[in-house]
Design a protein around this ligand. Sequence first.
Ligand SMILES: [Zn+2]
Length: 222
Amino acid sequence: MANFGTHVSVAAGSGCLLALGGWHVGLWTPWQAWPLMLLTTLGGILPDIDSDHSHSVRLVFGLLAFMAAAAGAWVLQSRLAFGHWLLACAGIYIGVRYLLAPAFKRFSVHRGIWHSLLAAMFFGCAGSALSHGVLGQPPELAWAQGLALLAGCLVHLMLDELYSVDLEGARLKRSFGTALKLFDYARPLRAVALLLLMLVMLPWLPSWTSLLGVWHQWLAVW
Ligand SMILES: [Zn+2]
């Protein structure tokens, strides 16, 4: 599999291309473009959220905690007094970084369900649902942000699969086929749980017609 640095740089490069390309043809403004680049980069490391390497896990959860605190700050700014608002943001950061991360590590298997195409779709849906349903972003932009996360995840999975081909020796390494899979075939119940979570998200997702609109826009640009 590809190492952490390769994942970050390839995902960031893809995110730059997506953000700049869309901005160049007028799909989004510069202010909307840079979060798309960041989301593609985040997507590029998300599948290794269950990695055995503490470095990747620390960075993934550090980024997630920062984004959760920023989203919380945005949503709660008009609802809480300044002191409570500050405490709530700090609480969200600490909760994600120091409680959720160890619990997640305890109950996940490396290259299990999170390293699959189904999880990539889950991350994309979660991104769009959060952006539209919680942060109140316009439907097309929220879909674009979810798709940026999905694109980053797909780049990650493909990169891992590419790295499992030993080109010099022209042979396949043992890891071939473990990166780009539909779901964790050894634990089908986890796939069902993920599908159920996606169903729960449905009310927060933007309309499907707006997704079709985004799809036609991107196709026209392509
Ligand atoms: Zn990986």
